[in-house]
Design a protein around this ligand. Structure first.
Ligand code: DGP
Length: 117
């Protein structure tokens, strides 16, 4: 059994667990967060299992560039391209990362608050 057999987001990418998928292609899958924190809340993930930003290496540079560009395209499709949005990738305990598969949160559709603490 590999890490991806047990990984929640790997299982969503494979279609083993249902999710509302809004984009799939070029090694990237995006789906709506099950517990949205803003009117638009989409998770953009690489299809390949990467634990988080701390696990990225040089070989992932193109993938990450694509992932951010896909996030911006989804923001436009969701109607928040002009109003604005936030991209977040939580890494580790202090950031509250709960799923150890790299993901970028696309949040928008309302005025987002800062500071976070
Ligand atoms: P993070 O806390 O940064 O690791 O974000 C994980 C997100 O994943 C969190 O906002 C909730 C979401 N999530 C957890 N389980 C599921 C699930 O089964 N389906 C979907 N669509 N989202 C999930």
């Amino acid at each position: 059994m590999t890490a991806s057999d047990q990984c929640l987001f790997c299982r969503i990418v494979r279609g083993d667990i249902p999710a509302t998928v809004v984009y799939k292609g070029d090694g990237i899958t995006a789906f709506r967060d099950i517990s949205p924190q803003s009117p638009v809340h989409v998770l953009i993930v690489p299809d390949v299992h990467i634990g988080g930003v701390a696990d990225l290496d040089l070989a992932n540079d193109e993938l990450i560039g694509r992932l951010i560009r896909v996030a911006a395209n989804i923001a436009r499709e969701e109607g928040i391209g002009a109003s604005g949005y936030r991209l977040i990738s939580n890494q580790g305990a202090d950031a509250g990362q709960s799923v150890p598969h790299l993901h970028v949160h696309l949040l928008g559709g309302a005025r987002l608050r800062l500071p976070l603490v």
